[in-house]
Design a protein around this ligand. Structure first.
Ligand SMILES: [Zn+2]
Length: 407
């Protein structure tokens, strides 16, 4: 179908691509037209016309004068932060969250709500998520929405194919939210939380300036995402990075996927908590939420509780084996331990580094291993970045402002 529609093949005109190039250049701060021309390779005359259009769309504004040697001072332009908004949403096993950022990438509103998402089911969950989005947005109209979900995502179709922790299959998240938010369905993107965590780390965490980043996400399930040269590496069907089912113990426990000894049977949060405490212990109390239980586990490890120490030590060994396999295949610059692994980073980074340095290829210290500084917020940060990124790819999404009649 796309082959018969040239608009589908080339949706962005050369002029739009140039508008986008200038808008991106301004992300680093205010620039003069001469500086914009030098950075973009676009002629100064064309830059002037493009900047005028960006002003008419309200996306950039004058930022005063800059002295330039003995010559005339030059007029600076900068992004107009309040001209456009991106909305990031996340669905986790035990909560919903919403973040609104402006064109500068600044967070202007955050909302979160605890919920037993599996018990609510898909449609009521989408009601709750849309309600939370409405609270965060107030009057702002987002140019893009990116939704983070745990599970296998067909991002081209914006469909969550399978989320074992939520028990959702073929969930048409973008369609369901478009109807509830009153937005066009193509403004809504859906992605796996580990992919978005990798993006979050690449733009705002330990991955800044890094080319190849692997993000390992620890939660009830275990996932992974790779950012390579600024883009998510998705694989043929969009399921790349699913490291939770790498075999780390061939004589281990059966996994919910049907195989034996997967990383998830050793590193999924419930598996670790089962090693750390007997049934009935507060560590297993769902009312504490994921953060509460991980906090309690951390407290016990600090105190020297034998079972808690053993659980975290076993987790470190399993992660070391799995990360070594990933590094053998992908050769990243940095491996980021995200989700709840970040909270336990002080006990996990060393065993992973040890396993890497014991490998014949001697990955360590060439490949860094770092706990995520963004913690559980990394996927939302990545989603927020991609939501506003839609405008940086096509600035004409925001219409030219019409002059208001004087009151
Ligand atoms: Zn498995």
């Amino acid at each position: 179908m796309a082959a018969t529609d040239p608009g589908q093949l080339d949706p962005v005109s050369p002029r739009t691509a140039n508008l986008a190039a200038l808008l991106r250049a301004l992300r680093a701060g205010p620039l003069s037209r001469t500086q914009l021309a030098a950075r973009s390779g676009i002629t100064k005359a064309a830059v002037s016309s493009l900047v005028t259009e960006l002003c008419e769309r309200g996306l950039v504004r004058s930022a005063g004068l800059q002295a330039s040697g003995n010559g005339r001072p030059s007029q600076l332009v900068e992004l107009n932060g309040a001209s456009a908004y991106g909305l990031a949403l996340s669905v986790e096993a035990d909560r919903f969250a919403a973040v609104v950022t402006n064109l500068d990438g600044r967070v202007i509103a955050e909302r979160a709500e605890s919920a037993d998402v599996a018990a609510l089911g898909l449609h009521r969950s989408m009601d709750e998520l849309a309600f939370l989005a409405g609270q965060a947005l107030r009057d702002e109209q987002p140019v893009g929405v990116t939704v983070s979900v745990p599970g296998l995502v067909d991002s081209a179709a914006a469909v969550l194919r399978f989320a074992p922790t939520l028990r959702w299959r073929d969930a048409e998240i973008a369609d369901l939210l478009a109807a509830r938010l009153g937005l066009p369905v193509d403004a809504i993107a859906v992605d796996n939380e580990a992919n978005l965590g990798a993006v979050g780390e690449a733009v705002a965490g330990v991955g800044r300036g890094v080319r190849e980043l692997f993000y390992l996400s620890g939660g009830m399930s275990v996932g992974g995402g790779l950012v390579s040269g600024g883009a998510i590496l998705r694989g043929a069907r969009g399921f790349a990075g699913e490291v939770g089912h790498i075999t780390v113990d061939p004589s281990g426990e059966q996994c919910q996927c049907g195989r034996v000894g997967c990383l998830e049977t050793k590193a999924g949060l419930n598996a670790v908590l089962r090693v750390a405490a007997s049934p009935g212990d507060p560590l297993h109390d769902p009312a504490l939420g994921v953060d509460g239980r991980v906090g309690l586990l951390k407290h016990r490890v600090r105190r020297g509780d034998q079972r808690a120490v053993a659980a975290v030590s076993e987790l470190g060994v399993a992660l070391g084996i799995a990360v070594s396999t990933v590094v053998d295949v992908l050769d990243p610059d940095v491996v980021v331990l995200g989700g709840y692994f970040a909270e336990l980073g002080e006990w996990l980074v060393e065993p992973v580094r040890r396993e890497l340095s014991a490998r014949p290829l001697g990955h360590e210290p060439a490949c860094r291993v770092e706990p995520s500084p963004l913690g559980t917020t990394a996927p939302l940060r990545g989603a927020a970045h991609l939501a506003i990124e839609r405008l940086f790819a096509d600035p004409t999404l925001v219409p030219v402002l019409t002059e208001e009649a004087p009151a």
